[in-house]
Design a protein. Structure first.
Lengths: 72, 141
């Protein structure tokens, strides 16, 4: 595959995914909790699946910074 | 300001939780690993460009473990369930930052990443929050 066909494929991929994903992103953004809202509680496990954390356990103890993301 | 630096500076006063959510640019989705990848690499030099979107919680945990090792934030990583429940509750995809106060209320809600992902803003919010806490505590004495 030469670089031009590669770029053409990239453009096709962006055209295929971006509209749908951006639409979902914008819709989700409207639902995002704002400053002053109650933080939605959750319990999740770490990467071993053995150690849970519950957000509300930190109430009255420490502020919590939530960092959401993925590897790509 | 990098997240690792934020963690180093504030981890005694603030609990940091890194939450792994659905992949933003997997090979089987909106992949940025092609010829345009040098641009992607410039903005996310340690991100993966060869990961398929995990389909099970076991796959998610494995990918999250790789992510935590590669990005080396120093923050323990927790993994959202396959139904994306926490991601949806916080409208977090692809990346987002929040600060939750000791009262359980959102003290800072960052913008959607990548453009709204601003660790500097989180730092300002932490500084403001901790200062307000100090003033409140002094007022109670």
């Amino acid at each position: 595959m030469n670089i031009f066909s590669g770029i053409a494929n990239d453009i096709k991929t962006v055209a295929r995914y971006r509209p749908k994903l951006m639409k979902r992103q914008i819709a989700l953004n409207k639902l995002a909790p704002k400053a002053g809202d109650v933080a939605p509680d959750f319990t999740l496990y770490d990467t071993t699946g053995l150690h849970p954390v519950t957000l509300s356990d930190f109430r009255g103890r420490q502020p919590v910074a939530l960092v959401f993301g993925s590897f790509t | 300001m990098r997240l690792h630096d934020l963690y180093e500076q504030y981890h005694d006063q603030v609990q940091f939780l890194s939450i792994y959510i659905r992949e933003a640019h997997p090979v089987d989705g909106w992949w940025l690993g092609g010829p345009c990848s040098p641009i992607f690499r410039r903005y996310a030099p340690r991100a993966s460009s060869d990961l398929y979107d995990p389909q099970t919680i076991q796959e998610r945990r494995a990918a999250a473990g790789q992510c935590a090792t590669a990005l080396a934030y120093g923050i323990r990583t927790y993994v959202d369930e396959v139904d994306d429940r926490v991601n949806i509750a916080y409208a977090a995809w692809p990346t987002r930052l929040y600060l939750v106060g000791v009262d359980g209320l959102i003290a800072y809600a960052g913008g959607l990443g990548p453009y709204g992902f601003k660790p500097n803003e989180l730092q300002d919010a932490i500084d403001r929050y901790l200062l307000a806490q100090t003033i409140n505590t002094a007022g109670e004495l």
